[in-house]
Design a protein around this ligand. Structure first.
Ligand SMILES: *[C@@H]1O[C@H](CO)[C@@H](O)[C@H](O)[C@H]1NC(C)=O
Ligand SMILES: *[C@@H]1O[C@H](CO)[C@@H](O)[C@H](O)[C@H]1NC(C)=O
Length: 353
């Protein structure tokens, strides 16, 4: 008889323990999956605002930087779109003899969530193209301007070709990153290129595409290797390594700045947008310059260890209006070499070379 209450209370005790355990695990999982809120620039305790910014249509601020010759004396106006893990300070093509000779004014900007630009939880390829249009308008770059994009910035340039072609004077895509899930690729070709990637990158790309809710945890956990690019172990070619050691000594300086608002809205969202499901396929874009009033050029290194040249070549083959240039010894970073800066600027801006 006297055991009954005892049994009941031990049952309750067990239930309480289970509830606590499950609650604890759920809490831990929730915390592991959900990134901390970004540290907004200019907010209390957040990083300082050190450069100019424009206010965009939805109230977000976009930080930019001007390079090259002053706007009012320039012959050409170029908006430069930076790659993954970079920022408005990294526009090495603007510091070149060719840029000075041709009198080029450059505007770069921190993409959303990078550096001093507000994060955009609704970020997409399209919203970034619209940000570029607004940047051009607010800075008075005229009805048409040039756009150059490097690496993941190249994905944004595809967005400009799709959404703001009427604002473009000419376009250069420099080693633009491909998305293996663009439907225009034959499945066997993209699978072959995908399978060449490091296993950890195949997984990281898979997560970015199929399970974006897992991206934060995936790229911050320490159980197994995550994206080689985020981990700083990217597959660099021989030429890339040379360029890094000779030409990019200042690269580390911006490392803190780039992700100062947090990893999630900068690096992680970049992979979710870039490798997620796109609203369009670049291989379906129609010629932005049907009357030859401008041109679109794409450069890709044959030895690019990050973006398979086979896929780039396939895209170029599907778009007869693209001028495709393969760089024989080029890795991913060939555009940092002085001679390539000249080739790229002269070709895109003057149609020569
Ligand atoms: C994101 O988009 C939704 C729907 O368009 C909108 O309601 C929301 O305010 C946006 N969020 C931000 C932070 O801009
Ligand atoms: C690394 O890059 C080289 C070209 O530089 C390429 O041949 C190779 O397939 C790449 N490896 C991986 C794992 O991506």
């Amino acid at each position: 008889m006297s055991f009954k209450p005892m049994e009941a209370s031990s049952g309750k005790f067990r239930t309480a323990i289970i509830v606590l355990l499950v609650g604890g695990i759920l809490g831990w999982v929730y915390q592991a999956l959900n990134p901390p809120p970004p540290k907004l620039c200019g907010s209390p305790g957040g990083p300082p605002i050190t450069g100019p910014r424009i206010k965009l249509r939805d109230g977000r601020f976009l930080a930019y930087k001007e390079h090259g010759v002053p706007k009012h004396t320039a012959k050409y106006k170029v908006i430069f779109v930076h790659g993954f893990g970079s920022c408005r300070h990294e526009v090495s093509i603007a510091a070149s003899k060719a840029a000075e000779e041709l009198r080029v004014h450059f505007v770069s900007f921190d993409r959303q969530g990078y550096g001093e630009s507000d994060p955009d939880p609704n970020r997409s390829i399209r919203s970034t193209a619209l940000d570029i249009e607004e940047l051009g308008d607010q800075l008075g770059l005229g009805s048409k301007f040039y756009v150059l994009g490097f690496s993941m910035g190249g994905q944004i340039v595809w967005g400009c070709l799709k959404y703001i072609p009427h604002r473009l004077a000419g376009v250069g895509l420099i080693a633009p990153v491909v998305n293996y899930w663009w439907p225009g690729f034959p499945a066997s070709l993209s699978a072959e290129a995908y399978n060449l990637q490091f296993p950890e990158d195949q997984w990281a790309l898979w997560v970015a595409h199929h399970a974006p809710w897992l991206v934060y945890w995936w790229n911050t956990q320490t159980w197994f290797p995550y994206s080689s690019v985020i981990a700083g172990r990217a597959n660099m070619s021989r030429q890339d390594k040379e360029i890094i050691s000779k030409l990019l000594p200042g690269k580390k300086m911006n490392k803190e700045y780039v992700t100062q608002q947090g990893l999630f809205e900068s690096l992680h969202r970049d992979t979710m947008v870039g490798f997620g499901k796109w609203e369009f396929d670049p291989m379906d874009i129609s010629n932005p310059f049907p009357n030859g009033e401008g041109s679109v050029h794409l450069w890709h290194g044959v030895e690019d260890g990050l973006v398979p040249v086979t896929l780039q070549c396939y895209i170029a083959g599907k778009l007869p209006w693209i001028h495709y240039h393969e760089v024989p010894e080029g890795g991913h970073l060939f555009a940092h070499a002085e001679d390539m800066k000249e080739v790229i600027l002269k070709t895109v801006l003057t149609g020569e070379k």
